[in-house]
Design a protein. Structure first.
Length: 244
């Protein structure tokens, strides 16, 4: 897959994600503000995420690749040693899934297994928080997380695989002070989002999605993320995607 094809694929995913999530969570008023700003020191993902997407033939059963609710054109950041990962399941079939988290080594290779868990897919947004009994992630380290839809255990090459990268960073002093003075969840989401801490912002927003205000904040975050991916595409490539 060429870089242009990969970016186009990501744009379609971003558009699909935005429309699906807004349909699910927003049947009422305009979304609240929660402007996500990618980190100033944002890093491009490694080549390991270039293979994200379809790896085989699950589509024959109507199973589509899950959509990671995370940055894909840059490495998303978190201040948590036990972050929450989220994704969107666009099909109704219950499929076994496997979540895997790898730590990148000094040679930028995802060689060390940090965590693995078996799951069952469920339509809509799913989350997985790294359990407290699991080993803490390391500040300053980068990790590769992936979800594999196990459509056929006897033919792994036909499974669906999606990947993203996450970096654990220290909490900036100004953010730490602002958070200590703010107990309102929606405002904490805004603080994390403006500081470029995608995983922390979305985790805070999704923690109370039964609350109408929080649902709107989460939907706005996802829309912001989709929009933040678009500038990396050439104008003609965007026109092709939007016209389809």
């Amino acid at each position: 897959m060429t870089q242009r094809e990969w970016l186009l694929h990501k744009l379609f995913n971003a558009k699909f994600l935005t429309s699906c999530v807004l349909t699910i969570t927003l049947l009422f008023t305009q979304a609240a503000q929660a402007a996500y700003k990618p980190p100033r020191t944002q890093k491009p993902p490694s080549g390991y995420t270039d293979s994200s997407g379809v790896r085989g033939g699950c589509q024959a059963n109507g199973v589509r690749p899950v959509i990671l609710l995370a940055p894909v054109t840059h490495v998303g950041q978190t201040t948590s040693l036990h972050p929450t990962f989220a994704w969107f399941v666009p099909h109704s079939q219950q499929i076994p899934m496997e979540f895997t988290l790898y730590e990148f080594d000094a040679n930028d290779q995802p060689s060390k297994l940090a965590y693995k868990q078996q799951l069952q897919s469920s339509p809509g947004i799913m989350t997985l928080s790294l359990p407290q009994q699991a080993q803490d992630l390391t500040v300053g380290k980068k990790y590769l997380w992936q979800l594999e839809s196990l459509c056929n255990r006897n033919r792994p090459s036909r499974n669906l695989l999606v990947r993203a990268e996450i970096e654990v960073v220290p909490t900036p002093s100004n953010l730490k002070i602002a958070l200590s003075n703010q107990g309102e969840s929606s405002e904490r989401v805004n603080l994390y989002a403006e500081a470029g801490m995608w995983y922390d912002a979305l985790s805070e927003a999704l923690a109370s999605t039964n609350n109408r205000q929080q649902a709107k904040v989460a939907a706005t975050l996802l829309e912001d993320l989709a929009k933040s991916e678009h500038p990396l595409l050439d104008k003609d490539l965007s026109s092709i995607a939007l016209s389809d």
